[in-house]
Design a protein around this ligand. Structure first.
Ligand SMILES: NC(=O)c1ccc[n+]([C@@H]2O[C@H](COP(=O)([O-])OP(=O)(O)OC[C@H]3O[C@@H](n4cnc5c(N)ncnc54)[C@H](OP(=O)(O)O)[C@@H]3O)[C@@H](O)[C@H]2O)c1
Length: 258
């Protein structure tokens, strides 16, 4: 091979689960991991959309399968992990990506909306990590990768609940790095900045919001969805074997600029 070191970035033979993988950043991460040699289990809530996402990967001759469940339903999560155990007998990589947004001032939130945001984004993160750890611990290896946000690090008015749950996930990720590091499992986070995904379609269509984010970012633009994927492959690969408990900001420099 011309560049043998590149092999340390390979995910050959690995089994990866990516939640919320039918579109956006999750689909990009799933595609990149499959393209790096992993068998990727794509999770989603809509059977037709999920089948289309899996087809995107398998049509390239890469390996992927579908696992339909709602990450916010603990019973469904347990059933899904039992299926992974029965089918594959192992899990090497979890990318906890599924998330929802509800951007508005605190006074506009109902109790139910706050509870739902916390359950889908933060509670599900714990349950997914716990079930993944059950499969990784016997292997004494594994990669827990949590998608957080720079919104959990730098605050913006009118978005209080999302900021809190994403910061909570950072705390979880660090605690799990300490808890599972001795057992060979690493835990890290990727914090995206502003990416041009469907979730941000309305913001991008609004010239004022679009320009605010672009101008606030040293690279001068929104992230393209595929630009998230290299960070995920790196953290999942042997090249990141000594990276544990870290947040990798993929934000065009937004979080370090004044
Ligand atoms: N885009 C950005 O600029 C940005 C910035 C910072 C952080 N992030 C984070 O990155 C992640 C992906 O963002 P994105 O922009 O790609 O979002 P997106 O386009 O809205 O995609 C989110 C995915 O999560 C799935 N999902 C939501 N709730 C789910 C549930 N309960 N169970 C299973 N799947 C569920 C959605 O499926 P459905 O189609 O069924 O809804 C969808 O496939 C999120 O955690 C987000 O908070 C994104």
């Amino acid at each position: 091979m011309a560049h043998p070191y590149l092999q340390t970035f390979s995910l050959d033979g690995k089994i990866a689960l990516v939640t919320g993988a039918v579109r956006g950043l999750g689909l990009e991460i799933a595609c990149a991991m499959a393209g790096s040699g992993a068998h990727v289990i794509l999770n989603g809530r809509d059977a037709a959309n999920l089948a289309a996402a899996v087809q995107t990967i398998t049509s390239r001759g890469q390996s992927a399968s579908a696992l339909l469940f709602d990450v916010a339903d603990p019973v469904a999560v347990k059933v899904a992990f039992a299926e992974i155990a029965a089918t594959h007998g192992r899990l090497d990589i979890l990318v906890s990506n599924a998330g929802t947004r509800n951007r508005k001032p605190l006074l506009d939130f109902t109790d139910e909306e706050i509870q739902s945001m916390v359950q889908v984004n933060l509670g599900a993160g714990y349950i997914l990590a716990r079930e993944a750890a059950r499969l990784m611990l016997p292997l004494r290896s594994g990669r827990l990768i949590t998608i957080t946000s720079i919104a959990g690090q730098i605050a913006r008015a009118g978005d209080p609940v999302y900021a809190g749950v994403k910061q909570g996930l950072t705390g979880m990720m660090r605690a799990l790095a300490a808890e599972y590091g001795p057992m060979g499992i690493t835990s890290n986070a990727i914090a995206p900045g502003g990416f041009a995904t469907e979730a941000n379609a309305a913001a991008i269509a609004d010239a004022k919001i679009h320009d605010h984010f672009a101008n606030r970012t040293p690279l001068g633009r929104w992230g393209r969805p595929h630009e998230i994927a290299g960070a995920a492959v790196f953290l999942a690969s042997a090249a990141a074997s000594y990276v544990n408990g870290q947040v990798l900001n993929v934000d065009g420099g937004m979080s370090i600029a004044m």
